[in-house]
Design a protein around this ligand. Sequence first.
Ligand SMILES: Cc1cc2nc3c(=O)[nH]c(=O)nc-3n(C[C@H](O)[C@H](O)[C@H](O)COP(=O)(O)O)c2cc1C
Length: 250
Amino acid sequence: MTKLKMHKTRWKAGNMIYPIPAVMVSCGDEEVANIVTVGWTGTICTNPPMTYISLRPARHSYDIIKRTGVFVINLTTEALVRPTDFCGVKSGRDLDKFAEMGLTIERDEDYNCPMILESPVSIVCETVEIKELGSHHMFIANVKAVYVDESYMNEKGKFELNKTGLIAYSHGSYLKTGDELGTFGYSISKKKKVEQTKTAKKVTETKAKETQKSKKKTTLKGPKKEMAKKQNHKGKKSKTAQKKKPYKKA
Ligand SMILES: Cc1cc2nc3c(=O)[nH]c(=O)nc-3n(C[C@H](O)[C@H](O)[C@H](O)COP(=O)(O)O)c2cc1C
């Protein structure tokens, strides 16, 4: 069997799914309140709404969440990037992260778990299962309530989540989330499809023209090649000259 040439380098197994959210998970009760930054999180079911966080058992938050069975996932923004990092490198065993970062505690009336007022979205979660996977234990949870910052509601009553300045985490760095590239299903919407086909056609035509040009260039030989060189040189000169022409007011 012939071996195909590989273009990518093969690495040993590891985690390389990026970008991901870096959320601030708050936990505790009336007596304790802590925050732990978590990258290993995500949605696992739409209906019922379910999520997870994976924690190392060594974390101070691990014991708190195991005891209370409740945690809050707080989404992070550009304004919260410093607390996001801080809560991911300092332990609640040694200091009060809410106080250190000047964050404000709010509480869900049913679950009494602290959440972060400064985050635009706080998701109250109740653990249903803890899976001991290896280095990390996965807290599988039901979403019990979602709190959103009302100031991001537009006049049509739509929550403008993407205007809150959400951040992402990728391969060791915190990133801004960028400009919109499309919306859900745009690739098959009729209007857009026509526009895309036109653009794709234009690109193909331009590419074809460029190929023709370069073919012409490469097929010239001997004196013709010399002439073309000279012409090209002249052309370049006149372009520069044009640039140097004094600007005439219209
Ligand atoms: C961006 C980022 C993502 C992190 N993701 C996780 C994670 O998914 N699970 C985990 O156990 N620790 C994670 N950590 C490390 C903990 O947040 C960190 O050890 C923290 O200090 C633990 O706090 P605690 O001892 O107060 O619970 C992450 C840290 C950072 C900076």
